[in-house]
Structures are given as C-alpha cells and as structure tokens.
Design a protein around this ligand. Structure first.
Ligand code: ASP
Length: 331
C-alpha cells in the first residue's frame, strides 16, 4: 500500500492557466500562460492529498481544440493510466469545451481509474478565483476510491458531474456548469460525496478504445433559425460525413430546410436532429418522419456532444443508420 496515491496532472491551458492584469480582472485576462507546474506550486495544500506528477501536453484555450487535440489528449491519458504506479489522472482544461473533451474520454478510455477534468471560470490571479479550490477538489475526487469506475468526471464549483451530462451553461459566472439530471455529487472539505451513478455505458463498456483510433470523421453542427439560408446545408453536406442539426424546440426543421436535409441524407450524410435548447429529448418520428427521410435523432444529447458521439459511432458502424441510432440511445 502506498502512503499517498500517485496522480498525474496533465495541463492543456485555459483560464485555470490564465493571468489577469489586476485582481479585479475576473473575466478579461490572458488565457493559457501559466504552466501546470506553476499552477500546482501555487496550491501547497494539494501535496497532502497525493504524490503529484505534472505534465504539460498543450497550452491553449479550449475553443481551439479540434479532433487531433482530442485524439492526442485521449492517447496520452490512456498511456499514463496503463502505468500500474498511476492511480488517477487530472486534466486541466479550458472550460469552453471541457464537456466535449470529457465526453470523448468518457466514451473511449479503457480504465476504471478516476479521470477528472477541471478548469476554472476565473484565472488564479483574480479575486475569488475558483482555480485553486477546483483543482484541489478535483485531486481529492481523483484519489478517492468511490470515484473509480464512474467514467470521466468534471469537477467545478463544489460539484462532481458525469462527463455525459455536463454542459457549460453560463459564460462568466462561477456556477457555470449544469447537468440536466443534477450533479453526481458534491465535494465537501476535500471529500467527495456521491448521490447518484452514471447510468449509460461508458469507458470499459463502450465499443471504442482510444488506442485504436487514428482519425475521426468530419461531423459539423448547424444552428437553426427561421431565416437560415438553405445553401448553408448544401455547403456543409458537400464536405461533412455527418451533420448535427441543432433544430428549434424538439429538433424542429423549418419548411424550406427539409428538402436540403433530405437530399443530404440521400447522398450518404448522416443527418441527426438535435435541439438548440440543449435540454430534453428529440422524439424520433415526432415532428418529422425520420424513418422516411433517413434521419437520426439525438435522444437527449446537446448538439456539441452529439457531434462527439456521432463521430465515434460512425467509426464502428459505417453506413448502418439503425446502429447509429442505437448508439444515441445506448450512450
Ligand atoms: N477560453 C477559455 C478556454 O476554454 C475559457 C476558460 O477556460 O474558462 O480555454
């Protein structure tokens, strides 16, 4: 038995690595300037929780993250987790797209060891910054045995969220993260307290392994509004292999958009109806005859996370629409 768990902290930038000109700069600052070592050394309390090893993988705002970044992060974490001496991983990350990276890891990592993704809404230099407590809490979650086998977790603002459900729902406040069915638990004084479990398949029970993935297919998102120019659909569909249509309400599609989306599906593009509300289910064959049009629906997933899931689902079941639809109901 080790005296303290061994945790690897992988840095990628974001506000948690940011610095403002003054302490009153809570929302305008330079992003991704502090190294992960600098962040950790400013929080001496964390050394009582674990033996920490820091690694700088990237140093950029998460709004820049593309599919190659996802693969790079996933592969590195997978490699680190294979080391028997490593008990868990923390990924420091910008908050803008933390939910997409976390969901990608949740679906593709093959380990029951805790992986916790953490960022902050205010840089460490700001008054009432959430950076140090979020990171301290993330480490306390990663070292705790109850955090094993729960998939990838996101810790923010004293809450533990499952990567499947969490989304960033506010642009500047500390309480920016929301899961539609509630957080899995709290972190109280450095102790995780869980109240629920992730229900849908993740990590070791999914059909994807990050080590086997070399590239992800191009899937784009179109945001709906009544005056949307139908040429946008044609342009996107000419290049992408999948298209998430973030429709109004229950995945509704404006009358003039139906024909280009049907054409896209007939040309082999996987068209998925989602909701720009970011909450609730999209009903298959409800507002639109999805069977007739060859379209898919997201179940309850937000468009940006449906994109992650569709990219993966297309890898294991190309061209089989029923299998792709099943993936939305399984994960
Ligand atoms: N732009 C930043 C990022 O996502 C914002 C943040 O970290 O809160 O990297």
């Amino acid at each position: 038995m080790r005296e303290k768990p061994n945790i690897v902290v992988i840095g990628t930038g974001g506000t948690i690595a940011g610095r403002g000109e003054t302490s009153s700069n809570t929302a305008s600052y330079d992003c991704s300037v502090l190294t992960v070592n600098e962040i950790l050394s400013s929080i001496p309390e964390v050394s009582s929780l674990a033996n920490l090893r820091a690694e700088q993988l990237l140093q950029t705002g998460s709004e820049n993250f593309n599919n190659e970044h996802l693969l790079k992060i996933g592969k590195r974490i997978s490699e680190v987790l294979k080391d028997d001496d490593v008990d868990g991983v923390i990924l420091t990350h910008g908050t803008d797209t933390i939910e997409e990276t976390a969901y990608f890891l949740h679906l593709t990592l093959k380990s029951v060891k805790p992986v916790v993704v953490v960022g902050s809404m205010r840089p460490p230099s700001a008054m009432s910054s959430d950076a140090s407590l979020n990171l301290y809490n993330a480490i306390s979650v990663a070292v705790h045995p109850t955090s094993r086998a729960k998939g990838t977790l996101v810790v923010a603002n004293d809450e533990i969220h499952t990567a499947r459900d969490v989304t960033k729902a506010n642009s500047f406040k500390l309480e920016a993260f929301r899961s539609p069915y509630g957080a899995l638990g709290y972190v109280v004084e450095g102790q995780p307290r869980y109240y629920r479990m992730p229900w849908r398949d993740h990590t070791v029970s999914t059909q994807w392994a990050i080590d086997d993935l070399e590239a992800l297919p191009k899937v784009d998102i179109i945001y709906a509004y009544g005056a949307l120019d139908e040429r946008v659909i044609d342009t996107v569909a000419s290049d992408a292999r999948g298209l998430i249509y973030a429709g109004t309400g229950n995945g509704n599609v404006a009358l003039h958009i139906v024909a280009p989306l049907v054409a896209a599906a007939r040309n082999g593009v996987h068209v998925v109806r989602a909701s720009r509300t970011g909450n609730g289910v999209v009903i298959r064959n409800g507002a639109q005859p999805d069977d007739d049009y060859g379209w898919l629906v997201v179940d309850d997933q937000a468009p940006q996370k449906a994109r992650i899931l569709l990219m993966l689902a297309m890898l294991s079941t190309p061209a089989e629409r029923s299998a792709l639809q099943a993936a939305f109901y399984r994960y």
